[in-house]
Unconditional design. Structure first.
Length: 297
């Protein structure tokens, strides 16, 4: 059996990721792969999607290895823009797996989604760092600080919302790449959301678009549903209407009480939010209007 050297660098240390959106036309994959080949890159993963066979939008996620490159990363990006991206009118971004994203978490009093994210990140399952947790309550300070993560209490009331959100935005702007609402039970202002476009992920304790707003488990119980679910989505100005990243459901029956639905639902919330956050951190999500294209393994 051949064993890997203990000194060998993990694949993530040399992995680059290219995301592309552009009008669909022949030759896109050939142009991208030929460009990377001529610069010494080794393509190790490629996935694609076209929204329509004729005149649709083309979406591409590609991973390649960088040790054999014949130029610097800056030069590679410049050359790609000039030789490929401009020609095909691409919206694109190039990222590197070794650059862990900085993820802030906003939470109120429910700890189930928060603890899942903290634990998974500390174990290295999520490729991120957590520079801060912000809450409108003090309840979870001890839990967070046990992980060595700064905890900021920013109270929010009807009279202080404008100032509170402005202070939070100043704390986050330029210091984080992603904001996760792990059951943050406040409606963020349009001004706050506007400062972080496609950078805020929420977990909604309902299978959207059903049962929006407050007390979805009670609404579900009152309607006698046979499935409950959770939805993770990007946050936009319109409440609970942002592009959906991931959803899941749990089958239930008339025998379940509203509290039992809530307990079952929280398990679904944890797993749905975890997948959505992981896919975002791994650059697997492309936003297309009010929808997403998610390239999962």
């Amino acid at each position: 059996m051949i064993s890997e050297s203990m000194d060998a660098a993990p694949a993530s240390a040399t992995t680059a990721r290219l995301l592309v959106t552009c009008p669909d036309q022949p030759g896109i994959i050939s142009a991208v792969s030929t460009f990377l080949y001529h610069h010494g890159a080794n393509i190790t993963d490629l996935d694609q999607h076209s929204s329509d066979l004729n005149g649709g939008r083309f979406f591409l996620r590609l991973e390649f290895q960088t040790p054999g490159l014949d130029c610097s990363l800056d030069a590679l990006e410049t050359n790609f823009r000039n030789r490929v991206a401009d020609k095909y009118r691409m919206d694109w971004r190039l990222s590197y797996a070794s650059d862990k994203k900085r993820m802030a978490i906003l939470v109120s009093k429910h700890d189930h989604a928060l603890m899942e994210l903290l634990w998974r990140t500390m174990r290295g399952n999520l490729p991120a760092t957590i520079p801060m947790v912000i809450s409108n309550h003090e309840d979870l300070r001890g839990e967070v600080e046990r992980f060595g993560i700064p905890y900021h209490h920013v109270p929010v009331s009807k009279d202080t919302k404008v100032d509170s959100y402005a202070a939070m935005a100043d704390m986050l702007d330029g210091k984080v790449d992603l904001i996760v609402l792990a059951r943050y039970m406040q409606v963020l202002s349009p001004e706050f959301v506007g400062r972080f476009p496609q950078q805020i992920i929420n977990i909604h304790h309902s299978f959207l678009p059903a049962f929006v707003g407050a007390n979805p488990y009670l609404q579900a119980w009152q309607r006698g549903v046979k499935l409950i679910g959770a939805t993770s989505h990007y946050v936009t100005d319109e409440l609970d209407q942002g592009p959906i990243i991931e959803q899941n459901v749990q089958r239930v029956s008339h025998r379940h009480s509203a509290e039992e639905l809530k307990a079952l639902g929280q398990d679904v919330e944890r797993s749905v939010l975890l997948r959505a956050v992981q896919w975002h951190l791994e650059d697997r999500v492309i936003v297309d209007g009010n929808k997403t294209v998610v390239f999962v393994k």
